[in-house]
Ligand binder design. Structure first.
Ligand code: 1CP
Length: 329
């Protein structure tokens, strides 16, 4: 169903999966996480399998997304990083420390996890990576930053060396995704989470260009997501990806009209809607399902990831509601 929708030829109900469907909002995840570091969990093939499968047993979603992180690409670049409680991702090395490693060795934990998952799963498995601009921002800032000041200072002061850095990251990302594809993922999503910090000219140069290179190098459906994709949807469509994942800002049925029918669209409820009441959630899902009715390339999702304290009952309610309502139509 998801794979049909990615080819814009789904004739049944829209498939549904949720960004960050494996995460801290699930008590079972919090229990598995207790006493373990996130970095260690991302490097353990058994944990990769268990956490990827976890939401499938709790929610009735139509796809699995690999339990990993966008920072994992650094394993192939000799860049050291960690995840710190209350801080988030931290990167210890700077860009001049990049040294490419053999991808099959650097990502062996991910490869093993995917191979096992492919033997067990009944739904498609999505791989993913961060888009080069977003990965560059973690490398340059060292940790999450609101305004990406250091990254933008570099970009404006030394555009040539910034482009060279993006080329290095693009190369590593292609190698990383090729490992995921060889191991068996059915499609991949690229996350350019910080693209919205750029203006349109810089977005074209530093987000679109590297994403275009990645698309050209891969022979598998690719979903493009960025924060700001409501605004940048037509720009993303020029790359002709399999699908574009739209953030929650824009009206999806309207945005859909500006995207070629051969490109699927995914989205786009505000994750924070799930703090609301179930009637509110149902009303918002209705609006979206009505607006997108009959679209063979529509994938139901949120406009960004689930947050750690969202009530699980509401997440379950959303998935069940979307399935039931669209089966009845
Ligand atoms: O269910 C899933 O989607 C799990 C797989 C997954 C994905 C797709 C994880 C596990 N991380 C990601 C992508 C990711 N990681 C993105 C792109 C998507 C987005 O925009 O949200 C980004 C920006 C990150 C970086 C990252 N890793 C953050 C965000 C911090 C920031 O800078 O604002 C955080 C909190 C992490 C840690 C992390 N990664 C994944 C999980 C489940 C967690 C939190 C787990 C925990 O604390 O136990």
């Amino acid at each position: 169903m998801l794979l049909d929708a990615l080819q814009c030829r789904n004739t049944g109900r829209p498939p549904i999966w949720l960004m960050r469907q494996a995460g801290r909002y699930l008590p079972e995840y919090r229990a598995m996480r207790r006493g373990r570091s996130l970095l260690e969990m991302f490097h353990c093939p058994k944990t990769i399998v268990e956490v990827t499968e976890l939401p499938l047993n709790i929610l009735n979603v139509d796809a699995a997304i690999l339990f990993s992180d966008i920072l994992t690409v650094f394993d192939g670049m000799q860049i050291r990083y960690d995840f710190q409680d209350q801080v988030g991702p931290v990167v210890f090395d700077s860009a001049d420390a990049i040294q490419m490693r053999k991808p099959e060795e650097a990502y062996s934990h991910v490869i093993q996890g995917i191979e096992t998952l492919k033997k067990r799963l009944e739904v498609p498995l999505l791989g993913f990576a961060g888009a080069p601009f977003t990965i560059a921002s973690y490398l340059i800032e060292g940790k999450s930053s609101r305004d990406l000041k250091k990254t933008k200072q570099w970009l404006y002061r030394e555009p040539e060396s910034f482009s060279k850095l993006l080329d290095q990251i693009t190369e590593a990302t292609i190698a990383y995704l090729k490992c995921q594809i060889a191991a068996g993922v059915d499609a991949v999503q690229l996350f350019d989470s910080w693209a919205n910090s750029l203006g349109i000219w810089e977005f074209r140069e530093y987000c679109l260009k590297p994403m275009g290179k990645i698309l050209k190098a891969l022979d598998i459906p690719v979903i493009l997501f960025c924060r700001g994709s409501s605004l940048f949807a037509e720009e993303l469509a020029t790359l002709n990806p399999a699908a574009i994942s739209i953030d929650w800002s824009g009206d999806l049925p309207t945005i859909r009209k500006s995207i070629p029918k051969t490109i699927a669209v995914q989205g786009n409820l505000d994750p924070m809607l799930l703090y609301g009441s179930q009637p509110q959630i149902a009303a918002a899902a209705d609006r979206l399902l009505d607006g997108m009715r009959g679209d063979p390339g529509y994938i139901f999702n949120l406009g960004h990831g689930l947050l750690p304290d969202i009530p699980v009952e509401n997440v379950k309610f959303l998935v069940d509601y979307v399935r039931l309502r669209s089966e009845q139509v």
